[in-house]
Design a protein around this ligand. Structure first.
Ligand code: HAM
Length: 487
């Protein structure tokens, strides 16, 4: 993985509202007698497709060209989370809607506007597609009696979540999150470990154009957040004419949510609002100062942001976001690549004992957009090492066995055993852009040899078909690096 040009960038900047219904057809090669099977392939590729069903809006297919980015994000996060001693968990994609309503909060955008409800056949349970992981992981902590395990329990996860947002660049209806939850410890050092982990993950992906914003949203002690909410309510009421309809309503029940509103006029009101950090109780203040000090000790850069309250109701004390600092012309600029915070009251809210916790989640799609915008290039490991062509029936029979032997020896082998003619097979080898082709014909099968053809120079040499000598001979000619990634 290394940094390179930004050529793919534009492709990912916009979700296509309309998808092409006629796929691009393969280029016609002139002056070449085309076998009927190839003609047929091209006709099929060019035929207009009357697509009856398309992918749902805001939900995307990921094909192999992009999949290498997905794999690297996934592998890197796994590696970083494991290095922080986290254990992997998986929770259902569907949960009872009440879990999210209770945890995330009824008046949050996520619950109020973005939840996908699922009808179960009995009609007795209200189900929803998960809009995030934290609530499900907290439920699992309780359901599996994890409080009896050594605390804190450190978990990581990855998978799809669903939010019925308005699709646009960096905003999808099916998105993929990776993240961690550390449940069962209130010490500020845990907050720092979680922020550190997030920082390391983005750094390991060679990203630089991001910053960490941090704030404390206090606790539910009367003198802390409730006191702040009162002064925020007053500020909102004083400015009620400037707020959108939603914020007018929310300012009475949950004024913190004004900070999440995407309307410009509401953001102006939010920017002039009193700061929560000026209302923190002594314990929250001390916790926050400790977090900042440990971050400084570790050399993790951060920016205090008194307006950062996060869009989910369960947060207490530390709240943080990883924000893209790409130029303003980039659609990702200013958007969060990830975010997290403490949720010390959530386990209790779900019926468990008072149990402090903190976590973080990042979005895979936004992370990949950021990688492309920053020119992080991921090596294509999808290329076959060698193409195996055959001639005649005996050649094909030996080639089928040889393919298996080569595969077991760590080679990635392309073939077109379904084709008879050598020309068609070599054309296929050209298309998959392999540098080396092995040709096994009747004569070679009888002599126990095989031809190795360099597809660039056209030079051919005869090698011993015996695996003990063929494998090292091939390894010598192929790039060692490529092989080590398969073996
Ligand atoms: P969140 O900030 O709602 O936090 O989402 C985390 C990340 O998911 C965002 O920073 C963003 O990268 C990505 N994301 C969210 N919505 C979308 C969308 N519509 N399209 C594309 N990407 C999106 C949570 O979900 C919390 N559960 C994080 C957490 C874990 N807090 C404590 N533990």
């Amino acid at each position: 993985m290394n940094k390179a040009s930004k050529e793919d960038l534009k492709k990912d900047k916009k979700i296509e509202e309309e998808k092409p219904i006629v796929p691009a057809h393969t280029e016609q090669r002139r002056g070449m007698q085309r076998p009927p099977e190839e003609e047929e392939e091209d006709i099929r590729a060019r035929a207009p497709i009357a697509l009856v069903v398309r992918s749902p809006r805001g939900m995307q297919d990921v094909l192999w060209d992009d999949m290498r980015y997905w794999d690297i994000v996934s592998d890197t996060f796994k590696q970083v989370a494991t290095s922080f001693n986290m254990k992997k968990v998986s929770v259902p994609v569907v949960e009872e809607a009440a879990l999210f309503e209770r945890s995330i909060g009824e008046t949050t955008d996520v619950v109020e506007k973005e939840m996908f409800f699922v009808k179960d056949r009995s009609g007795t349970t209200r189900l929803a597609l998960r809009p995030e992981f934290t609530a499900g992981v907290a439920r699992a902590y309780l359901e599996h009696g994890m409080s009896s395990k050594p605390q804190p329990v450190r978990m990581w996860y990855q998978g799809p979540v669903f939010r019925h947002d308005r699709p646009q660049a960096g905003r999808y209806r099916q998105l993929t999150q990776f993240g961690v939850e550390v449940i069962g410890e209130a010490h500020s050092i845990i907050d720092v470990q979680v922020i550190h982990l997030a920082y390391e993950a983005y750094k390991a992906l060679q990203l630089d154009a991001f910053r960490i914003d941090i704030n404390s949203v206090g606790c539910l002690n009367k003198t802390c957040r409730p006191a702040y909410i009162n002064s925020l309510k007053k500020h909102a009421q004083d400015n009620t004419r400037k707020l959108c309809v939603d914020c007018k309503r929310r300012s009475k029940v949950n004024p913190l949510r004004i900070f999440d509103c995407k309307e410009e006029k509401c953001q102006v009101v939010a920017n002039l609002a009193p700061k929560i950090t000026e209302h923190l109780c002594e314990q929250c203040k001390e916790h926050y100062q400790n977090v900042l000090r440990y971050l400084q000790d570790l050399g993790i850069p951060f920016r205090e942001n008194a307006r950062l309250v996060r869009g989910l109701d369960y947060y207490t004390r530390t709240a943080f976001e990883i924000i893209s600092t790409l130029p303003a012309t980039d659609p990702l600029s200013g958007l969060a690549l990830g975010g997290g915070g403490r949720y010390d009251d959530l386990i209790q809210l779900l019926g468990g004992p008072a149990t402090p916790a903190i976590g973080f989640s990042g979005g895979v799609e936004r992370t990949i957009m950021q990688m492309k915008a920053e020119g992080v290039e991921v090596k294509n490991n999808d290329m076959p090492d060698v193409f195996l062509a055959h001639l005649g029936d005996l050649g094909r029979r030996r080639a089928v066995k040889l393919l298996d032997d080569l595969r077991r020896s760590g080679f990635r082998v392309a073939e077109a055993f379904h084709k008879d003619g050598i020309k068609a097979q070599l054309r296929n080898a050209d298309r998959v852009k392999v540098q080396w082709t092995l040709i096994l014909g009747q004569k070679e099968a009888l002599d126990n040899t095989i031809i190795l053809r360099n597809m660039e120079s056209g030079m051919q040499e005869t090698l011993d078909l015996n695996l003990d000598s063929l494998v090292p001979a091939l390894k010598k000619r192929l790039h060692k690096e490529i092989l080590t990634s398969h073996t």
